[in-house]
Design a protein around this ligand. Structure first.
Ligand SMILES: C[S@@+](CC[C@H](N)C(=O)[O-])C[C@H]1O[C@@H](n2cnc3c(N)ncnc32)[C@H](O)[C@@H]1O
Length: 509
């Protein structure tokens, strides 16, 4: 329940949040900010929002209180191998340079703003087969103690693997009795988690005490987009000092520091931009205001798909364990709502979805104050996918069912339903929805693939082979470079390779 908070308290809290957390709340989000304060106050067990706020303004809030507040103000959205191209650049371009520069064979990497740990564990997995005889230190920090607790446990829902081929799950995780995937100790032991507020003034970092000094590589992706320009500039300068001369900083694909601070060079690795600390150490912080521009422009190319996917060069699949990449909500084309709101492109539901701001997608689409029956099917699909991404699978399923009842002959909605059912471990329902999709569109390649994968997981090899064969035959009718519809950017050639490695017989002509 939202309680009105006095405007003075709200203002004081806005200042506190900007100064202490680095988070700049834009005016258009003040109403959301108030709602967040009310929710955070309840979560923290405070009788009123004013009680909660007074902890921040008067004294020293605890890490837990800061964590609760930041949960409501930032987005902890993350998953394994998010933006695979940056991992591929790490392994294929940056690592060889680090190897050349480090005769002592040690490498130090920091994932700053690691949320629940998927990013640092993806780094560890990427390096594991490449740096056998190296000393590898991976540090990972966040402001949210609850996220850090999850990270330390290292147990994940299948949803954390939505962009990851099954062979990675099979190789580095084991399935427990609660259908959760537990990371192997070999990977887990490589990562050290700790609390750190990036906006806190020194001496928190760079510091020898917590290891945030003399680093080879920093990952700070999808964190600075929330920071004020002043805090961004400050944090970038501190990252520069935390890195060895020539060290690398990976930011998120939609985070553009503008202008690029003079202490970093921008290195273009085949279209992927990474910042490299200049080697001259006398460079001073010139107190520039650096903007991280939120847009759909991508560091990794200017295509419409912000997150290009390439696993083939990253971790060599174990052929026997390889299963095709699981379907993902984003794999269904994101409708272009941007035309309707050219004046506020960044706030369009499609852009919010691309940035992972699923709660706001839902708010935005509800704001339109249309009864649900008046929403377009694309809008409803976006709502369903947003709920799925937030882990609210019941709501996702409801929206998907509504979609199907409105547009009963569209195979894509059955495919969406199947992905939700699968996530909910309802494989029988998923199979049924996929069969309906294929009934409506016999050429729906990804539906054949998904069925083949489910049957394979259930040991039904004849059924599995049949659907791989269908997928393979449909693929062979297309050009190798063509993008497979609903596949999240996979090309025909890439998918054919996957089919062949999964099912040598099913993949043949
Ligand atoms: C969207 S997640 C990014 C996770 C991961 N880096 C990725 O790209 O998948 C943003 C994370 O930044 C953290 N964060 C926000 N403000 C922070 C601050 N001032 N200091 C440290 N972490 C912060 C949030 O708690 C959240 O876990």
């Amino acid at each position: 329940m939202t309680v009105n908070i006095s405007s003075n308290l709200v203002k004081a809290m806005l200042d506190w949040v900007e100064l202490q957390l680095g988070l700049k709340i834009s005016e258009s989000r003040y109403a959301d900010f108030e709602k967040s304060l009310c929710l955070a106050a309840t979560d923290a067990g405070c009788a009123t929002p004013a009680d909660f706020i007074s902890k921040f303004i008067r004294g020293n809030p605890s890490q837990t209180e800061i964590g609760i507040l930041s949960t409501y103000l930032t987005i902890g959205e993350t998953y394994f191998f998010r933006d695979p191209l940056s991992f591929s650049v790490l392994v294929n371009s940056v690592l060889p340079e680090v190897e050349r520069q480090n005769p002592e064979k040690s490498i130090r990497i920091w994932s700053a703003g690691c949320s629940t740990g998927e990013e640092p564990y993806s780094i560890a997995i990427s390096l594991i087969s490449k740096l056998n005889d190296w000393t590898v230190d991976i540090l990972a920090s966040d402001i949210n103690p609850q996220s850090l607790e999850t990270a330390r446990k290292g147990t994940y829902r299948r949803w954390s693997f939505r962009e990851v081929p099954m062979f990675i799950q099979n190789r580095y995780f084991s399935l427990n009795s609660e259908h959760r995937y537990k990371i192997s100790d070999k990977v887990k032991d490589q990562v050290k988690f700790f609390y750190l507020n990036l906006a806190q003034p020194e001496p928190d970092f760079p510091s020898e005490l917590n290891g945030t000094k003399n680093l080879d590589i920093i990952f700070c992706r999808n964190v600075l987009i929330y920071f004020s320009p002043e805090q961004t500039a400050e944090v970038l300068y501190r990252f520069y000092r935390a890195l060895k001369p020539g060290g690398w900083l990976f930011l998120g694909p939609t985070e553009i520091p503008h202008p690029t601070p003079n202490f970093f060079s921008v290195v273009n690795y085949d279209g992927a931009l990474v910042l490299q600390a200049k080697k001259t150490r006398s460079i001073e912080f010139d107190h520039l205001q650096v903007n991280i521009t939120k847009s759909n422009y991508s560091f990794f190319g200017t295509g419409t798909s912000v997150e290009s996917k390439t696993f083939d060069t990253l971790v060599q699949p174990d052929e026997s364990a390889l299963t095709a990449s699981s379907t993902s909500w984003s794999s269904l084309a994101i409708p272009n709502f941007n035309n309707n709101s050219a004046t506020n492109f960044e706030e369009s539901p499609g852009s919010l979805f691309n940035r992972g701001e699923y709660k706001r997608v839902i708010d935005r689409l509800f704001e339109a104050s249309q009864p649900s029956s008046k929403k377009s099917t694309d809008e409803m699909a976006l709502i369903a996918k947003s709920y799925a991404n937030l882990g609210n699978l019941d709501a996702a399923k409801d929206w998907c069912d509504q979609l199907i009842s409105l547009d009963v002959v569209n195979p894509r909605w059955y495919y969406l339903k199947a992905t939700i059912e699968q996530e909910n471990t309802q494989d029988k329902e998923a199979i049924q929805a996929l069969q309906q999709a294929i009934f409506l569109d016999p050429d729906f390649i990804m539906a054949h693939m998904a069925l083949a994968n489910i049957f394979k997981q259930h040991g039904k090899s004849n059924d599995s082979l049949r659907y791989y064969k269908n997928a393979s035959e449909l693929l062979q009718m297309r050009d190798n470079d063509e993008i497979v519809p609903d596949s999240d950017g996979l090309t025909v050639g890439q998918l054919l390779n996957i089919v062949r490695s999964l099912s040598p017989r099913g993949g043949s002509k």
